[in-house]
Design a protein around this ligand. Structure first.
Ligand code: PHE
Length: 345
């Protein structure tokens, strides 16, 4: 089919390439451009002559012309660029204009939740606590059953749960407490650990609620761990975190997996305990849930030693960050607004 065309596109292309390779200045390049791409240039002529070619050969001829045209255009642009930069270098001009302002890149910084998490890890590592994690997708056993919260237990209402299947076997963990069980199964006692991670509840998404939030869990188990140890460790923790001038208050509370249980508050850091909007005029901010590990929890984790005791605690990291940085809307942590995130360095 090629022979039937009245021109030899391959030969034209070869010649054009040959010529352009030997070109040394812009003037010759411009002559080359006119020869091939000018108004009366080779391509213009070829295209206008298409009508004289046999009808059935026209599409093939057109395609060949266009292909070569494309290749040569690319070659031309490359050659032009290389001639320009060579000329600039020869004239002593840099190809790069160093006086232009640079593209400023956004400098990343740590999320406030990360900052607070790291601070918490630092404090507990100083006390010899190991740092562990657990899965965000949990089974009903780890999230409830092993934590002494069987299916018919009224305390299940404390955690509005995202179930992942109709059988209610898999769920998004409602707290970090299932890590207690996983650690008790895996490690040997005595032990002391914390676990930080995401937790999920079917809550509203408003200024003070989010369906996803963060918790820190703590567990210390041994043969002579008592409530005084719990008080000492958590008081130390809260004073390290919020400053040594805060007061710490322990009140009786209830959790199925601890007995006795306590809720632990600090004196309001905004009003120094006088009463304000943040503390609901009580002067106190509740930070931690805690208690002595319920014997049933040890049994469910497979530990039969009657002499084991321990304490556990849990706290919301988002809430801690809100108090520390005076943030009044939990949603800000999840919206990725740079104007908010940039403030934490
Ligand atoms: N898991 C409890 C909650 O989410 C907090 C807690 C942890 C309480 C450990 C006691 C001991 O509400």
């Amino acid at each position: 089919m090629n022979e039937k065309l009245p021109f030899d596109m391959d030969a034209i292309a070869k010649q054009a390439v040959d010529e352009i390779e030997h070109i040394k200045d812009e003037e010759d390049l411009e002559k080359w451009r006119i020869k091939y791409f000018g108004r009366k240039g080779i391509f213009a002529t070829l295209t206008s002559n298409l009508s004289e070619i046999e009808q059935c050969l026209r599409p093939v001829a057109g395609m060949k012309i266009n292909n070569v045209k494309k290749q040569l255009t690319t070659l031309y642009e490359e050659k032009k660029q290389s001639l320009i930069s060579r000329m600039q270098v020869e004239k002593g001009k840099s190809v790069f204009n160093l006086t232009l302002p640079g593209l400023s890149s956004e400098c990343a910084n740590l999320h406030p939740i990360t900052l607070v998490s790291r601070e918490i890890v630092r404090i507990f590592q100083g006390l010899g606590f190991g740092v562990h994690t657990g899965p965000e997708i949990e089974t009903e056993f780890y999230n409830f059953e092993a934590l002494n919260t069987p299916a018919d237990h009224p305390a299940r209402d404390m955690w509005d749960t995202f179930y992942l299947d109709g059988q209610k076997k898999f769920l998004l963990r409602t707290h970090t407490s299932p890590v207690q069980i996983r650690v008790l199964q895996r490690l040997t006692v005595p032990l002391r650990i914390i676990a930080i991670g995401k937790t999920f509840r079917r809550d509203a998404f408003d200024a003070s609620h989010s369906p996803v939030f963060h918790q820190v869990e703590g567990l210390m188990v041994g043969y002579d761990i008592n409530f005084s140890n719990l008080k000492a460790v958590l008081t130390f923790f809260l004073k390290e975190l919020f400053g040594s001038s805060v007061n710490v208050r322990f009140l009786p509370s209830y959790f199925p997996f601890t007995e006795p249980s306590a809720e632990i508050s600090i004196s309001c850091v905004i009003c120094n305990g006088k009463g304000c909007q943040t503390c609901g005029n009580t002067g106190w901010l509740e930070i931690l849930g805690a208690g002595m590990v319920h014997p049933e929890v040890f049994r469910k984790a497979g530990l039969r030693d009657e002499n084991l005791t321990g304490f556990a605690f849990g706290a919301g990291i988002d809430r801690i960050a809100m108090i520390k940085y005076r943030i009044d809307d939990i949603r800000l942590f999840f919206l990725n607004d740079m104007r908010f995130l940039r403030q934490f360095r």
